[in-house]
Design a binder for this molecule. Structure first.
Ligand SMILES: [Zn+2]
Length: 114
C-alpha cells in the first residue's frame, strides 16, 4: 500500500497496523502503538460532562511517551519540574543550555558520593 507523505502518526499507524500488530512484535510495543493510534478517541474511553443545556465528551489520551501529543506534554511537565528543582545560579556559557549542564554536574557529583 503506498503511503502518503502527509500522513499523521495516527493515520500511519492505522494504515500500517497489519505490519506491526502481530505476534512477531513485542506485546508492549504493540500496546503502545495501539494506544498512540487511538489517543483521544472513544477507543480509550471518555468522560462525559453534562449540564441542562449542553453535553461535552472528553476522550481519554494515551499517556504514552511515544505519542507526539502526550509525550510532548509529559516532557514539558518534566522540564518544568526539573527547572524548579535546580537552583537559579549563573553558569558561564550558552544561557539556553544552563539547566542541562547543571544537571550533568549534579549527576557526576552524585556518582562520586556513593
Ligand atoms: Zn497520546
Amino acid at each position: 500500500m503506498p503511503i502518503s507523505s502527509a500522513l499523521s502518526l495516527k493515520q500511519l499507524l492505522k494504515e500500517t497496523k497489519r505490519d506491526w500488530d502481530h505476534d512477531g512484535i513485542p506485546t508492549n510495543v504493540r500496546e503502545n502503538l495501539w494506544k498512540v493510534m487511538n489517543c483521544g478517541t472513544a477507543a480509550l474511553g471518555a468522560e462525559v460532562f453534562a449540564s441542562p443545556t449542553e453535553i461535552k465528551i472528553i476522550y481519554h489520551t494515551c499517556k504514552s511517551r511515544f505519542c507526539h501529543s502526550c509525550g510532548a506534554r509529559s516532557a514539558a511537565i518534566w522540564q518544568s519540574e526539573v527547572e524548579l528543582a535546580i537552583p537559579d545560579i549563573p553558569y558561564p556559557g550558552n544561557q539556553s543550555h544552563d539547566a542541562t549542564r547543571v544537571l550533568a554536574y549534579i549527576s557526576a557529583e552524585s556518582s562520586f558520593a556513593e
